[in-house]
Design a protein around this ligand. Structure first.
Ligand SMILES: C[S@@+](CC[C@H](N)C(=O)[O-])C[C@H]1O[C@@H](n2cnc3c(N)ncnc32)[C@H](O)[C@@H]1O
Length: 209
């Protein structure tokens, strides 16, 4: 849910939205792995959720054909707008509003890292992560090219073993792979409690036959 009175604070180590941590700088290595898992040379890429721009920087290092950033809170984009030249296209909107307007089979890759609607209570568990990812699946299936990829981070490292995740993917005839990445969250972090997180890549089949 996007509120009119959103308070954005960017500190040296995190982005806070309405006082709740959205992303923290210790995530940089796993954000980079997320991009490397999903984005290839010459891709048309959608990045959902700009945050501190860590994934964005990694995307910019790959020679993509188009890089689109879909970000709900325009204040988070101020540091990006101060950098020139700007080589990404910006859509300032929630993904829930933006994605239905995108042409079918437009993207090769979607880097999905918006906030869960319940960020305040989000605990990073496999169940919570499934709840976070599920709503974007039908949109991703529509706007990804055949063979295209949707990538996201699972801080629990357990989503891939959750039977409900397999059931959800089977419903859409989707396959996935993963890479486990060492992480180092601070002890007080409420959405990452392990020392290993997974980058999950969901792959749209080349054909639905
Ligand atoms: C976890 S941060 C993204 C971190 C980013 N990957 C990085 O490397 O710094 C989440 C971002 O998604 C944005 N956001 C939250 N809900 C959104 C939505 N529904 N649609 C688009 N952006 C959203 C937040 O404003 C925030 O900038």
């Amino acid at each position: 849910m996007i509120r009119a009175q959103t308070k954005i604070e960017i500190t040296t180590d995190r982005l806070l939205i309405n006082g709740v941590s959205s992303v923290e700088v210790w995530e940089r290595p796993i954000q980079k792995k997320l991009v490397e898992a999903v984005v290839s040379l010459n891709d048309v890429v959608a990045e959902v959720g700009y945050g501190l721009g860590m994934a964005s920087e990694a995307i910019q290092k790959i020679s993509t054909r188009e890089h689109w950033i879909i970000e709900a809170h325009h204040h988070t984009l101020v540091p990006l707008l101060e950098k020139q030249p700007l080589s990404a296209n910006l859509i300032i909107s929630s993904w829930q509003t933006a994605l239905p307007m995108i042409k079918e089979e437009y993207f090769h890759a979607i880097v999905y890292d918006a906030d869960p609607d319940d960020r305040g209570v989000f605990d990073g568990s496999a169940e919570a992560t499934l709840k976070f990812v599920s709503p974007i699946l039908p949109h991703a299936l529509r706007i990804l090219k055949p063979g295209g990829k949707l990538g996201f981070i699972d801080f629990s490292g357990a989503l891939r073993t959750l039977p409900e995740f397999h059931v959800r993917l089977a419903k859409f005839n989707l396959d996935f792979n993963f890479v486990s990445v060492p992480i180092n969250p601070p002890p007080k972090c409420n959405y990452a409690r392990n020392r290993i997180g997974d980058v999950i890549t969901i792959i749209k089949p080349n054909s639905n036959l």
